[in-house]
Design a binder for this molecule. Sequence first.
Ligand code: CUA
Length: 355
Amino acid sequence: MRARLLPPWLAGGQVASGSAPAWHRLAALALALLPLLLVLGCSTQQFPQSALDPHSDAAALQQSLLMKLVFWVVVIFVVVETALIVTVIRFRARPGAPDPKPVHGHTGLEIAWTIAPALILAAVAIPTVATIFKTQAPASPRALQVRVIGHQWWWEFQYPHEGFVTANELHVPLRRMVSLTLESADVIHSFWVPAIGGKRDVVPSRINHLWFTPDSAGVFSGECAEFCGVSHANMRLRLVVESPADYARWVRGQSAAPFEPDSASQAGRGKQVFLTAGCAGCHTVRGVSPGQIGPDLTHLASRGTIASALYDNTPENLSRWIENPPARKPGALMPVLGLPPAQIADVVAYLRTLR
Ligand code: CUA
């Protein structure tokens, strides 16, 4: 009976050494290595969407809170597991040994295990509430304002003061606070760029807020973090943090009127197809077409990606996309227009001029 609770090699002493089944040792080794594997999975090199690699003030606040919580979790784990293992080994049943002394009604122990959790909870609650107050405070009025609208399955970015609209690639200047207002055109989404903090739900008929001050230049990937339909996993975005000079150049480019191709050129023919085949009904090209359903394409060629950061913005990918959007991105609302290849090539030539 007594040895059943523990494998003989762990119960110790009762059986001759060397009799422990090999699979027990292997299983113990695998269990011991598991946390190591999990920690290796946090590498920011392989996984650019790590929440453990902050690049903004808001993300740094969140990470600092996380580390405080992890500290207490580790302390609790070590203390509890040590007590458990010591108890299991030291007080195990032995032949002829008396029952261990019960601790029921031990006043000292009762007080200790009431006060200790209360202190730990206070140590967790105080930094948590302080961080909530900091991150929920209103953004500075001098912050860059961007209106973010979640759509199935792409992101619209409106720059109200600069006066233009873009999609799926959010450009912001380094070290200036950015204040996002988050709205949804359809269902609940969640805006999440782990490097700058988050997430924040994007809810229909409601305006949510998120601010951050980016502290490193670079391109950071983000993702919709609330299941929102069949292409939820394909609702990606890119955050481009650039020097103030590069950002100003980008704003000038986005503010400019779209390129007007020569009507006799391939791009000119493509513009005619764009206007007549159905594209213009859904997409805005400023001053050319007023569509409000799909992403604004006024400066599509200035973006690095298409289809909500799903594909690189190359002529081949554009052509494959126009040919059959739902085949490239499940559930995509953009229909198959059934254009002949020559017309697709013309439209791609036109879109490539929209720098
Ligand atoms: Cu939008 Cu998930």
